[in-house]
Ligand binder design. Structure first.
Ligand code: MG
Length: 386
């Protein structure tokens, strides 16, 4: 019986980042409030064992800032030497697999890591993420194209690169010259390396301009997590009196009575309008359209609903759904429900399948049961985000 695989992460952060310019190595620079290296470590939050290889000059800072979370190892003069130093720490620790990650790739998505682990889990001795090359490739001399390079079968390598620990350790111990990365070393030693899906956001911070791009990607990722979901409810009642029709949810229905109110008394539309104002914490219809103001006498209630929907949009929200329940014995709502949904959706400028209109009686009980009035309840969900 074999023991279950155990995974460690080895993060390389010993480089000096000379291509970046600036006073400090890129992995120690601030990226939206945290160092690049701290963000790279955060990406592997689900792993118990994380080894970080740092430059000897950075060791004191590393102990102070990340020493509590990871095992720190002093790096060597070359990248390969630094990786090997980290691998040797894991030898004999019971770890069976290692993911080697570049500390300058702070935005690696969880899915990229999961694909590498899944490939190792299914028995691959080595697996690493990459993206197919889609741009044309040229050779050039002195600013002039000298040839075109076929791009078929070419990939852009990313990290983390995952290995069975014994396999990559053996490859490093046997290596004589420096390799560009650990995949090159493993492949050179005859180890098959599975290509797993990479991600454009898994950017390697290399030149100063990459920081601006990384900040935009971060804002994007965090914006997706910052989805702002608002739920509002509304309730309204209007009395029935003399008349020959009612307006309900924007549809005129012939009836043996009419609804009494300052406007057209569309009780369903008023409840829905208040639900949207409620989701926005923006008061109710009375606050935006005071009944004391004569200009709203007899007004079509779609003015109110349109205002609420536009207020939501202006604050960065869209209507995810609305649900209106009318409470009355008469008129029968069922035959008109589809027309009501279409009308409300058109006023709010959303698809009709986001709007529901249904009805219930109150079993002849109470004011609605005695047909003294009609009541309506509504809920509305608004979704916002950056
Ligand atoms: Mg009302």
């Amino acid at each position: 019986m074999t023991a279950p695989p155990t995974y460690a992460v080895l993060i390389t952060a010993a480089g000096r980042g000379t291509r970046m310019g600036g006073d400090e190595p890129k992995q120690w620079r601030d990226l939206a409030g945290r160092t690049v290296l701290a963000r790279s470590i955060d990406a592997f939050g689900g792993f118990d064992r994380i080894v970080v290889v740092v430059h000897p000059d950075d060791m004191a800072r590393a102990v102070r800032e990340i020493g509590g979370r990871v095992t720190l190892v002093a790096g060597a003069d070359t990248r390969a030497g630094s990786v090997r130093a980290g691998l040797e720490v894991l030898d004999g620790s019971g770890i069976t697999h290692v993911l080697i990650h570049d500390g300058a790739r702070p935005l690696v998505p969880a899915a990229v890591i999961e694909h590498v682990v899944a490939a190792l889990q299914s028995g691959a001795p080595a697996a690493a993420p990459a993206l197919p090359v889609t741009d044309a490739l040229w050779t050039g001399v002195d600013g002039v194209v000298t040839g075109v390079q076929p791009r078929d079968g070419l990939f852009r390598a990313q990290t983390p690169q995952g290995f069975a620990l014994d396999v990559i350790l053996a490859a490093h111990r046997a290596a004589t010259a420096g390799a560009a990365d650990d995949v090159e070393l493993a492949a050179g030693a005859g180890v098959p390396v599975t290509i797993t899906p990479g991600d454009e956001r898994n950017l390697k911070l290399t030149v100063a301009g990459d920081f601006g791009r990384a900040e935009r990607i971060l804002a994007d990722l965090e914006g997706a997590n910052d989805m702002d979901v608002r739920l509002g409810n509304g309730y309204d009642v209007h009395a029935l009196g003399p008349g020959d029709h009612v307006w309900l949810c924007g549809v005129r229905i012939d009836h043996n009575a009419g609804l009494i109110g300052h406007s057209d008394a569309d009780v369903g539309m008023h409840a829905l309008t208040d639900a949207i104002y409620g989701a926005l914490a923006a008061g109710d219809i009375g606050r935006h359209f005071p009944p004391s103001d004569p200009q709203w006498k007899g007004a079509a209630s779609e003015i109110f609903l349109r205002h609420a929907a536009e207020l939501a949009r202006s604050r960065g929200f869209r209507l995810a759904n609305a649900d209106v329940t009318l409470v009355c014995e008469q008129p029968k709502i069922g035959p008109h429900a589809a027309a009501m949904q279409d009308r409300l959706a058109a006023i709010m400028d959303v698809a009709p399948d986001r709007v529901s209109v249904k009805a219930t009686t109150s079993e002849r009980l109470g004011f609605t049961g005695r047909s003294e009035g009609i009541a309506a309840l509504a809920t509305a969900t608004l979704i916002g985000g950056r």
